[in-house]
Design a protein around this ligand. Sequence first.
Ligand SMILES: Nc1ncnc2c1ncn2[C@@H]1O[C@H](COP(=O)(O)OP(=O)(O)OP(=O)(O)O)[C@@H](O)[C@H]1O
Length: 344
Amino acid sequence: MLLEVRNIEKSFEKGVPVVKGVSFSVHENEIFALLGPSGCGKTTTLRMISGFERLDRGEVKLDGITLSSENTQVAPQKRGIGFVFQDYALFPHMSALDNVAFGLTDLPKFKRRVFAEEVLCRTGMGDYKDRNPAELSGGQQQRVALARAIAPEPKLVLLDEPFSNLDAMLRDTTRKEVRSILKRAGMSAILVTHDQEEALSFADRIAVMNDGKIEQIGTPEEVYYKPKTKFVAQFLGRTNLFEADVENSDMIDTKLGSLRLNCRANGPVVCSIRPEHLTIEKPNGAAEGCSKGVIVGREFKGHDITYYVECSGERYIVHTDNRILFEPDDEVVVKPLEPAVVLD
Ligand SMILES: Nc1ncnc2c1ncn2[C@@H]1O[C@H](COP(=O)(O)OP(=O)(O)OP(=O)(O)O)[C@@H](O)[C@H]1O
């Protein structure tokens, strides 16, 4: 285990807690994401790991050594952790090369520039070493910021919304490049983001945060396909929720008809099924036990289609591939392709 965060807590003024007992670990060479809505405490958590913020309770350990606790506070520059911020925070009056060389205080002066150039080449920025930040695009500045963070060879790099200033196309490619640079360098990273697609595509594991707490930690597939809570199900994409009482069964009665659950349940149940795990058919070809519905809306997106189907007064979302063509007011039945996931 590289990083261990145990039960950390933080309140600002008036004693209102913003981080409420957060725990997680990050392995060697693992990319971890803290994902959640604005204000849920992601940045504060990252700042407690970096040492820019003191914690009220709990502990942060790197490689078994305590960096933060109620009685310990190792200075940020002594933690062996690299940082990349949203606004890159490059020194504007310095060249890309000098920006990267700046933090290499452990090396003799003559070696700093040689090594800095080597790291700039690794991030694909060797040809731009003499340019100042103002002469670089957002994506290029981001790569220089990453080169600066990884040049001292930290075991862990913290990334706070580092792609949010880039336009959609550049964000995608920069994300892929940064991930492969970190993996090749054998470093671990924690990404803070409110963008679920970014977390799903960038991280090996994700902690989904809500209101100062972690609701679920898992691989992208686990948190997406098997959300534990209503919040996780809804934050990671669109979903259909059902509530019903179940008597020791793995089936649930809904307005769509009978749905299979992913486990046996007893008592009141809330379950979720993703729109792409439902499909629609003409009523005549439908299996027994399905209720009829009507298409009330449709979004054609080229590679797929979103349908809104009303069934006994409830509205459901169905994503289909682009071969399943219906029009508004068409009568359909909605069929599940996967079991519904029971939430906590
Ligand atoms: N220095 C501070 N003093 C007082 N309150 C603060 C301070 N820093 C953060 N907060 C509050 O703590 C809460 C959590 O903030 P934080 O920045 O950690 O959230 P976040 O999840 O990173 O949000 P965002 O995605 O908008 O950056 C917010 O309500 C914020 O207003």
